[in-house]
Write a protein that binds this ligand. Sequence first.
Ligand SMILES: *Cc1c(COP(=O)(O)O)cnc(C)c1O
Length: 364
Amino acid sequence: MTNWTPQSWLVGGGRTRTPGDPLNVSPELASNFYLPDERLYSRTHGTTTTDALEELVGGLEKGSALAFASGMAAAAAVFGRLPVGARIAAPTDPYHGVAGILAEGESQGRWHVDRLDQADTAAWLDALAVSDLVWVESPENPLMTVADLPAICGAPRPEGALVVVDSTFATPLLQLPLDYGADVVMHSATKFIGGHSDLLAGVLITRDDDLYAEFVDRRLIYGATIGAMEAFLTVRGARTLGLRLERAQDNAMELALRLDAHGGVTRVLYPGLPAHPTHEVAKRFMAGFGAMLSFETTGDGDHAADVCARVELINHATSLGGVESTMERRAAIAGQERIPPTLIRLSVGCENVDDLWSDLVGSL
Ligand SMILES: *Cc1c(COP(=O)(O)O)cnc(C)c1O
């Protein structure tokens, strides 16, 4: 990246600036290319559209980015390179797709998983000494627990031990794990980076050329390359990430404060609230507290389900990171039975905050 701020890079990066070229990269619908050329086939080498996306995200995270067909495809490329018998440290409640990969590999005897409390930094530091892969997801879904990334990523570790951070909830604007010493950053670009709930995309970013080459191999072996239209839409969506996040984050802080004072809510989990268990940790290194929060309602799980069913402006839907607010009861999602039955996760979007608040109050 030049000396532009990330906000300007989001708008100005990933453009060729070659006379005669269009300002915006087009969706290049191609599987194969005329020879001789370095780019033979798009599953292997991507297209000019994926190049633009990779340049854009890589510039933000200050590493080399590789785009995948989804966040899970990117995650699978990381786990797929592990040798049989590997030891993995992971949070107790990672994203459920990642939890699925971990559990499946465990039941097949492929690897051993140590599940750690995200807030227990000492346990993560211990794990660095014995793990082949330390997988951190921060903030963590859905309790919004923030890991002490500078401490964990910056600690000394044996040669070959890999630290990977799923930074989806933070976006590249709120934390830079590679700067703290992580080996790899992963994003589900389906979420905030794409920002419009209309595509699936994933990205891995690293500064290690050998690792990058391994991920390119994984991507082509698995056929996990992102499609041209999705790459195009991800670039287009990412142009406004700075604006969207600023608005969504302001809305989230305001809603967290109001929910916290509401009689129908027993607990609000937002790292921006001083009462959040990892507020101090987040304050130390994050550039903001993000646009994700969870809250628990009074009453039982059926009541919380009713609340979700009643919202009109907010969308009763899974996933997150779009311009449109979404909320769901996490315990209703398969594999999330450990989550309190009245916990509702809210992805705060860019609507007017008073309209969002009226919707919540009316539904509660
Ligand atoms: C959505 C998500 C993923 C998976 O990404 P997909 O694009 O849905 O495959 C991984 N990690 C986190 C934190 C997510 O929110």
